[in-house]
Write a protein that binds this ligand. Structure first.
Ligand code: DHB
Ligand code: FE
Length: 286
């Protein structure tokens, strides 16, 4: 059977992608940001996934006000990096897993979550920047990737409780897949940031760190926090953090009860661009 062995959480800041692509990772400003991901390179050698279920949001790149799916699972065979106005990032294309993605779509829809299925889409910085941070410069991504997009751009966006419950349904679906594969689930976006209006530039270190604590220790309690609290405390784009609850919901303790996951790595740094960088790796016990 398929196993979910770990979840990975990280910000997905476009300027981090640009610094990476332009070879500026050793500059004073960027060095401490990228240092937060050094651990990952070694850890991935011993915890290599076959498939990554990667929760992210599209930033009005592929979707627009014409079409706004709340939850979209990418069931296609491959996805190219999107052109977000400066040309596509020079990173490998994403190889999907249509078989597993369709299986998850079917098992999750049977659990009463309505998903949009997408076979063709270009993936933006929300997906490609986390891959660059975690894997560094590679010729191809070392795993198949199932992109899963959440609407956190245009209100109304889904609640934390719905995201946690959806993660649980995704976890159950993956664990019932009859192939012996190692799956990671990633949650991306955040942490605190606001890109618009009078509070542009807002960062809230205390709140971010409390969020990390609660994500690890009390995901159910954290999932009860209303969306307005994210916006008030972590800024209008801080709402991206609800996506982390999808990844957390797929961990064994939430899916089936039992011990909390082990914190393999925790990192926090401010600022990078306009945003607080947060990064966590949680391993399932056993
Ligand atoms: C920034 C951060 C984001 O998460 C994003 O999607 C766009 C911009 C920023 O820090 O500038
Ligand atoms: Fe974003």
């Amino acid at each position: 059977m398929a196993r979910i062995t770990a979840s990975v959480y990280t910000s997905h800041i476009p300027a981090v992608g640009a610094a990476f692509d332009l070879g500026r990772t050793k500059e004073d400003y960027w060095k401490p940001v990228f240092a937060g991901y050094d651990f990952d390179k070694q850890w991935m050698k011993t915890h290599k996934p076959d498939v990554i279920f990667l929760v992210y949001n599209d930033h009005a790149t592929a979707f627009s006000l014409q079409m706004i799916p709340t939850f979209a699972i990418m069931t296609g065979p491959e996805f190219n990096p999107a052109d977000e106005g400066y040309g596509a990032r020079p990173v490998p294309k994403v190889i999907g897993d249509p078989e597993l993605a369709s299986y998850i779509a079917s098992a999750v829809i049977q659990q009463d979550f309505d998903l949009t299925m997408v076979n063709e889409i270009d993936v933006d910085h929300g997906l490609t920047v986390p891959l660059s941070c975690v894997f560094g410069e590679v010729k191809e991504w070392p795993a198949k990737i199932i992109p899963f997009a959440v609407n956190v751009v245009q209100h109304p966006v889904p609640s934390g409780a719905r995201c946690l419950a959806l993660g649980r349904a995704i976890g159950k679906a993956i664990m019932s897949y009859p192939e012996d594969i190692n799956v990671h689930i990633w949650g991306t976006g955040g942490m605190s940031h606001q890109l618009q209006g009078p509070r542009a530039g807002l960062i809230n270190k205390e709140w971010d760190n409390a969020f990390l604590d609660r994500l690890i220790d009390d995901p159910k309690g954290l999932s009860q926090m209303p969306n307005i609290d994210y916006v008030r405390e972590a800024g209008s784009e801080g709402i991206e953090l609800v996506m982390w609850l999808i990844a957390r919901g797929a961990m064994a303790d939430v899916v089936a009860g039992g011990p909390k996951p082990k914190v393999a790595h925790r990192f926090y740094h401010v600022p990078a661009s306009n945003t607080a960088v947060g990064h966590l790796i949680l391993e399932n016990a056993g």
